[in-house]
Design a protein around this ligand. Structure first.
Ligand code: GDP
Length: 597
């Protein structure tokens, strides 16, 4: 028998923009007349029954057309993009729909952008809650009022202020490629992003938010939400938790089928699939019935998707948050589930042995997301694994460092760095990058790579000699001093000269070293093609070693040529290349190496 399940909804947004407050408000949603049924607390999730939404909707019901067949809405209690990234199902997101919370007074912030990027990548439909409208100057607060009722009570100035802030948001969304609009002005919900102005703190606009979530889920997700009620359950682990008297348990969101209390389940572990038999299925006791905090759960015989449930079973110590849970009712099903889970783990937890970066993340889901992002940027991965950054990870990076310093690093998403790992990293100079925003983490790493490359380039530039060809002016008037040092007027014919370079003659013979370069009245550190300057040459005597009108060359070593050609290619311009070729001809008289230049 097929039926439509509750959509699973995640709340995302920047820190302090009001995600937790919104979830709290939803949990406290009270409808006049208890018979409408209240909110049900699941493990790790909150269910709003559809009757509650309908009651709240009141006249707003006209916001959606057609009948709502959903049984309710299931909100995941852990807000934020980290949880969202971790919670995956069938390769996509566990959440069917998301609410992006943006503080209307602060606008877009780094985690807002990260959230949008993740939602876009996952193709998760979402609604925007423009929060904290009560902070607008002079805003009149009526708790739990629908926004469309509340807005009518505001004076002109407050209304205008809201309008301005909304337009700023709409502009930001536009920059990211989304057409957005205030929900009551949206013509087509498949093309336009709906923004609901709310105050999570006072509940203003929350009725519309719930109504829209229900309406949109019904309209656009109906097919996805149809489940075979009697089918074997599938879920995702929210958390692995030690419980007094129960041992290690897993909190799971079931998104498909029905889980029975005597089912066998296959669960994703760190590097294996765990097969175990359920000992108990637990749901939270209603708050007012908890007399002893040790007995906070009620046992149930079965749960049907979508639901949050705690599973007690032996052997869950190594279960991994974010991994799949699949119920199996026969040997064959167990084998199939094992294969499926193993192949999922193996596609994410990898050890390639390649010259690449070492990656750690808190869950399989986030590891997959970070790895994907790195692959898109063509940053090679040596090892990707779940867990905190350990000494072994640092050693792994260290082994890469010699071969390719820019990959000798550890990147960690939402993980800690173990103390010994930190020590080794410091001692051996292995950079560790950690953070909880994927794009920022990669940006930090890329900025470091760029900095290192520039540092290396600066070092090379200070070591290498650039080619240069100069000509002494033919007129004796430009011989300012004949020796100790000789000072002559020259023109740079090709390339460049700097103090410190050695000059050679057409026949390859050494002349002396440029001590200084003077351009009119100033000493300069460089003269380039076309410039007329006076140079002081230590070791040369005009009339004996050099003569007016003579062409001289900057002496180069083979090493200079190799560095210039390989590492500083982009620093050479056309005239440098000409100068190099001219110099190579001179040097080739003595050494055939230079013929190839
Ligand atoms: P989270 O980090 O996104 O979960 O943000 P919280 O829900 O913890 O909220 C951060 C702060 O903003 C708290 O002090 C909340 O009381 C406050 N806050 C959240 N929503 C609202 C709102 O609608 N109006 C006002 N004035 N404050 C709010």
């Amino acid at each position: 028998m097929k039926r439509i399940r509750q959509p699973i909804i995640a709340v995302l947004g920047h820190v302090d923009h009001g995600k937790t407050t919104l979830l709290d408000r939803i949990r406290k949603t009270n409808v006049a007349g208890k018979e409408a049924g209240g909110i049900t607390q699941h493990i790790g999730a909150t269910e709003v029954p559809i009757e509650t939404v309908k009651q709240l909707a009141g006249p707003l019901i006209k916001l959606w057309k057609g009948e709502i067949k959903l049984p309710g809405l299931l909100f995941i209690d852990t807000p934020g993009h980290e949880a969202f990234t971790s919670l995956r199902a069938r390769g996509g997101s566990l959440a069917d729909l998301a609410v992006l919370v943006v503080d209307i007074n602060e606008g877009f912030q780094p985690q807002t952008i990260e959230s949008i990027e993740i939602l876009r990548k996952n193709r998760t439909p979402f609604i925007v809650a423009a929060n904290k409208i009560d902070r607008i100057k002079g805003w009149k607060i009526e708790e739990d009022e629908p926004f469309l009722v509340n807005i009518k009570k505001q004076d002109q100035r407050a209304q205008q202020e809201l309008e301005t802030k909304l337009w700023e948001l709409i502009g930001k969304f536009y920059e990211m490629g989304f057409q957005a609009n205030r929900f009551d002005r949206v013509q087509n919900f498949t093309r336009e992003l709906a923004i609901v102005p709310i105050s999570a703190k006072y509940g203003i606009g929350v009725p519309e938010l719930l109504v829209l979530i229900a309406g949109l889920s019904q309209k656009y997700l109906e097919e996805k939400l149809k489940i075979e009620v009697e089918g074997p359950a599938r879920g995702t682990i929210l958390e692995v938790r030690e419980e007094i008297g129960l041992g290690t348990t897993i909190d799971v969101i079931i998104y498909d089928g029905t889980l029975h209390k005597d089912d066998t389940i296959v669960v994703g572990g760190k590097d294996k699939a765990i097969v175990t038999k359920i000992r108990a299925l637990l749901k939270p006791k209603p708050l007012d019935e908890i007399r002893d905090p040790r007995f906070r759960f009620d046992q149930v015989d079965e749960v049907t998707a979508a639901a949050g449930v705690k599973i007690a079973a032996p052997g869950l110590e190594e279960a991994l948050a974010g991994s799949p849970v699949i119920a199996a009712r026969s040997e064959e099903e167990v084998e199939k589930a094992k294969q499926e889970i193993l192949s999922q783990i193996q596609s994410v937890v990898i050890s390639t042995g390649k010259v690449g970066v070492t990656v750690k993340a808190d869950t399989l889901g986030s590891l997959e997301a970070l790895s994907k992002e790195l692959q898109e940027k063509t940053i090679p991965i040596r090892k990707a694994d779940v867990g905190n950054i350990s000494k072994t990870d640092v050693m792994e990076a260290l082994s890469v460092k010699d071969e390719e310093p820019k990959y000798g690093v550890v990147l960690g998403f939402n993980v800690k760095v173990n103390e010994d790992a930190e020590e080794v990293a410091k001692a051996r100079g292995v950079p560790i990058f950690t953070g909880n925003i994927i794009y920022k983490l990669i940006e930090d790493y890329e900025a470091w790579v760029k900095g290192e490359e520039e540092k290396k380039k600066r070092e090379l530039l200070s070591k290498v000699t650039f080619p240069g060809v100069i000509r002494l002016y033919p007129d004796e008037r430009y011989v300012f001093r004949r020796s100790h040092p000789a000072i002559v007027g020259i023109e740079v014919v090709e390339g460049r000269i700097r103090p410190g370079v050695t000059l050679i003659k057409q026949n390859g013979q050494k002349v002396g070293v440029i001590k200084s370069i003077k351009n009119r009245n100033d000493f300069v550190q460089e003269a380039k093609k076309g410039e007329a300057v006076a140079i002081a040459i230590e070791g040369a005597i005009v009339g004996r070693h050099i003569h007016p009108g003579e062409t001289l060359y900057v002496d180069l070593t083979k090493n200079d040529v190799v560095i210039l050609a390989k590492q500083l290619k982009n620093e050479l311009d056309e005239t440098d290349i000409k100068a190099l070729k001219m110099t190579a001809k001179v040097k080739a008289q003595e050494d055939p190496f230079w013929r190839a230049v």
